[in-house]
Design a protein around this ligand. Structure first.
Ligand code: SF4
Length: 462
């Protein structure tokens, strides 16, 4: 997860507001926050607002925040304390903080982040325009609204911006019941609740009608999804039937809830891609127990083997934490051994950092920063070598690529991904966003292949 501070709602194609009130949303954190910001934007559009061309001129300025790591919160605090959006802000501008940090801190949101009029938690998004009006009319102090609503789900009915990228996120469930000891999410996102499957399928249909070719189903634990008799495998089958959908991808999954039927649905339906994000966190059973992860290393490896038997060519990514309290040098070696055994194509690797309000934050035996840094460095180095080896094994093969847009290095070259998520750039003129192209995976630049379109006789000019 990154904390990128992406502006979501502006500038929009019709930035002239025509006298309508305007809004701007700055988004931090994961894909679920991106999706939430799109939902919030859709609510303001429904209420007659227009997207602002910049934060200073917006009537409503919202910061959609992340709490997953200390650094993500510090970034938002720095942004608020620097007076973001204050310079030249129009009189009466309402500045609000929403998202996980707002939910976690509530009334305790730091007074030092002055100029905040609204602190609104993750279950308030449907009523945000009303809360903004209440905050505007308040005489003193910010309005704080952090209710927990165990039934709250939402679907985007009106997307706030044209879809240039053919890949779109779609949140199918929220919250988490797992309570891993290191994680703040059950506090900030509440208990698991699933969006009704018919709502998910309708939303997928709307996205495809707007040009989406690949949908990424999002949730803290997508494979814990359940709506009546429909579980996650059933949902994959139903969304796969949306006419015109080329690819279906999902994140994040909880290993213990991964069923054989999900693997079968991936193998049997066309759109689900041959790629699984399967977060293991550690290669030591003792550390997994201390994390309260509910899987053992052997169980996890059997699941990986089962997926490989059922889904030909599947690739895996994972999350790994090093330096969990009490992790011995040998237990860290167990994680390295697991990485060698599974051969993930990529991994999100972090040093453990305590999060206030989690059980792990009370554990003694915290490792020194130097030790955690050294272990992380070693793990990253080995994982990178393995990732490159996997890419090298695939050089020369043919693969279908979905063009997502221009490459960042050379906008004339289209960029896309194979079904198992290898990154590919192609010669100028190969196609446009949304096209599926058959390529040969030729040489690599770092972790990106150069793809030669099959049957065109094209090659790279350089
Ligand atoms: S499964 Fe664990 S790590 Fe994932 S969101 Fe839930 S508590 Fe956090």
């Amino acid at each position: 997860m990154s904390a990128s501070g992406k502006p979501l709602a502006g500038p929009a194609p019709d930035t002239a507001s025509g006298g309508r009130p305007t809004f701007w949303i700055e988004t931090y954190g994961c894909e679920m926050n991106d999706y939430d910001s799109e939902f919030i934007a859709s609510r303001f559009l429904e209420e007659g607002y227009a997207p602002a061309p910049d934060p200073d001129s917006a009537d409503v300025l919202l910061f959609n925040t992340c709490s997953v790591r200390q650094g993500a919160e510090e970034r938002v605090r720095g942004r608020l304390e620097s007076g973001a959006g204050r310079k030249g802000a129009r009189p009466g501008q309402v500045r609000g903080v929403v998202g996980c940090m707002a939910q976690r801190l509530g009334e305790g949101f730091p007074a030092s982040s002055g100029g905040i009029d609204l602190v609104a938690g993750t279950d308030t998004y449907r009523s945000l325009p009303t809360l903004v009006e209440e905050a505007r009319n308040r005489e003193r102090g910010p309005l704080v609204a952090t209710p927990v609503d165990a039934t709250h789900t939402y679907a985007i009915e009106r997307h706030p911006r044209p879809r240039e990228n053919p890949v779109a996120n779609l949140t199918i469930m929220q919250g988490c019941d797992k309570f891993c000891t290191f994680c703040i999410v059950p506090v900030t996102r509440g208990r698991e609740r699933s969006k009704p499957w018919r709502v998910v399928v309708e939303e997928a249909g709307r996205l495809v009608a707007r040009g989406t070719r690949e949908i990424v189903l999002l949730g803290q634990n997508v494979n814990s999804y359940r709506d009546g008799d429909v579980d996650f495998a059933g949902l994959l089958r139903r969304v796969s039937r949306v006419e015109g959908l080329a690819r279906l991808h999902f994140t994040s999954s909880y290993p213990r809830d991964m069923t054989t039927d999900v693997f079968r649905a991936i193998a049997e339906c066309g759109p689900p891609v041959e790629f699984l994000h399967f977060p293991v966190q550690s290669g030591s059973d003792r550390i997994l127990r201390r994390m309260r992860r509910r899987h053992t290393v052997d169980w996890y490896l059997e699941k990986i083997d089962e997926a490989r038997r059922i889904i030909p060519g599947v690739q895996f990514s994972t999350d790994l934490i090093v330096g969990f309290p009490g992790e011995t040098a040998e237990e860290f070696r167990d994680t390295l051994r697991l990485v060698e055994r599974v051969r993930f194509v990529e991994a999100y690797m972090y040093k453990y950092s305590p999060r206030e309000g989690t059980p792990a934050a009370k554990l003694a035996e915290e490792l020194s920063e130097e030790e955690k840094t050294a272990r992380l460095r070693e793990l990253i180095d080995r994982q990178r070598e393995i990732g490159k080896e996997i890419l090298e094994e695939n050089r020369g093969r043919r693969a279908e690529v979905l063009i997502e847009g221009p490459s960042t290095r050379n906008p004339a070259e289209p960029f896309g991904r194979t079904r198992n998520r290898f990154m590919v750039v192609m010669p100028p003129g190969t196609g446009k966003p949304g096209d599926l192209v058959e390529v040969e995976l030729a040489e690599r630049r770092g972790s990106t292949f150069r793809g030669i379109p099959v049957g065109t006789g094209e090659s790279w000019a350089s």
